[in-house]
Design a protein around this ligand. Structure first.
Ligand code: ADP
Ligand code: ASP
Ligand code: MG
Length: 405
């Protein structure tokens, strides 16, 4: 019998009626003749509320304890959904991440899955039960609970699907697929029938929160096709898989935006690469991710270096850079009121003028651009946070991505 992994996000489980609806859908899938493994997130805004509670008792909660707290959100969901499925007369068992064999490294709050030991899940499936696994959490080799970073249940689902050789991995959410832009920002965005792993990885990494980037990464490595679809309808959604097209004509597939960034400028640093090495090695040692690095004024003895970090990591980054600067005299300036707007498309590398068209769209709306970065399949611009929604809409319109086109 084919195994199906079905993942339900927080908004799909937000209240009792929704939990019951998910239970009915799972039972229907069993009745259609499948073995079903369900991966769930915490209900509604539970994870945000738990983070707030942590910060109410400590300005800097120890990450191990934060994981201990955050993991409780998913544990509530697995138990409630198991009770709801049991009430429908279907045999079911809930498992925490650790019980489900999700083994991770030790990076608390952003742990990576090292291994999924599928033995327990297989044993429970063989008893004719639905198996519900808590998403977003795992366990280290020394039995400590970890979490996988925000949106991590997506990655749990894909990793479990890969480990079990499942025939499908369905991600049920509050939209009916992946769109050419966040439909909350662009109401006439177009639903995409299929998206290539590479493009989806860029869209997700650049802020399209519909999937956690690491879920897409794992799916691409193990060749797991992902079906993103609505919890509230039976319509087909978007397939994420390898899309082979000899000549891709469309140059831009989607627009993504990310408010979770902050800009740091090191003003007047010596153009001596040892300074760069020192600053970035120190940031890497603290696990701070750096993006959009631009250096200006390299023909002079000093230069200005600008880059972005996430807002959560801004304080750590500033402390680390302050230490790395030591007695040197250059300045550190930061700006949290920025956001990143990106266009993504695999056809971009062979279609000239894509960046120019993006700048044209931003220029027409008078949106200033602070930093630009490009790769073969994306162009990103850092803009004032107060203007990013206009910027997304302007780019979406300029590249004619709406459902009307
Ligand atoms: P879940 O709770 O199911 O994990 P998320 O809130 O994490 O759901 O992700 C779904 C949300 O992602 C949607 O409500 C939508 O606003 C947002 N989103 C951002 N970019 C896109 C996009 N390109 N296509 C579809 N949804 C998107
Ligand atoms: N509950 C976690 C979060 O809110 C994990 C998830 O939703 O995938 O980030
Ligand atoms: Mg999510």
């Amino acid at each position: 019998m084919a195994i199906i992994v079905q993942k339900f996000g927080g908004s799909s489980l937000a209240d009792t009626a929704k939990v019951m609806a998910v239970a009915r859908r799972v039972v229907r899938t069993v009745q259609e003749g499948h073995e079903v493994v369900v991966v769930v997130s915490a209900q509604g805004k539970t994870t945000d509320e738990l983070i707030e509670q942590a910060h109410a008792v400590s300005p800097n909660p120890p990450k191990r304890e934060l994981d201990m707290l955050l993991a409780t959100g998913e544990q509530v969901s697995i138990a409630l959904l198991a009770m709801a499925i049991d009430a429908l007369g279907q045999r079911v068992i809930s498992l925490t991440g650790a019980q489900g064999g999700i083994m991770t490294d030790t990076q608390h709050t952003k742990a990576r899955i090292r291994l999924v030991d599928g033995m327990r899940i297989r044993t429970e499936l063989a008893k004719g039960q639905v198996v519900i696994v808590a998403g977003f959490q795992g366990m280290t080799s020394t039995n400590d609970i970890t979490t996988l970073g925000r949106g991590g249940s997506d990655t749990t689902a894909v990793a479990v699907a890969a480990a079990l050789g499942a025939s499908a991995c369905e991600i049920f959410t509050d939209v009916d697929g992946v769109y050419s832009a966040d439909p909350r920002l662009v109401p006439d965005a177009r639903k995409l029938e299929q998206v290539d792993y590479g493009e989806m990885l860029e869209l997700a990494s650049l802020g399209a929160m519909i999937l956690q980037p690491r879920a897409v990464e794992v799916a691409a490595i193990y060749g797991v096709p992902i079906h993103v679809r609505s919890s509230f309808s039976n319509d087909l959604g978007t397939m994420i898989r390898e899309v082979k097209e000899v000549e891709k004509e469309i140059s831009v597939t989607g627009v993504a935006s990310d408010e979770n960034c902050a800009k740091i400028t090191l003003v007047g640093i010596p153009t001596d690469v040892s300074v760069l090495y020192n600053v970035f090695a120190s940031l890497a040692l603290e696990g701070v991710n750096v993006d959009m690095i631009v250096q200006a004024g390299t023909a002079t003895p000093t230069a200005d270096l600008t880059f972005t970090v996430t807002r959560e990591e801004l304080d750590t980054a500033l402390t680390v850079i302050g230490k790395a600067r030591g007695e040197q005299t250059w300045d550190i300036v930061c700006d949290e009121n920025v956001a990143k707007v990106s266009i993504v498309g695999a056809g971009m590398m062979t279609n000239p003028g894509v960046a120019a068209k993006m700048f044209e769209a931003l220029n027409e709306e008078n949106v200033p651009v602070f930093v630009v970065s490009t790769s073969e399949i994306k162009v990103s611009c850092l803009v004032p946070r107060s203007r990013y929604q206009e910027a997304v809409r302007a780019c979406h319109k300029k590249f004619e991505l709406s459902s009307a086109n």
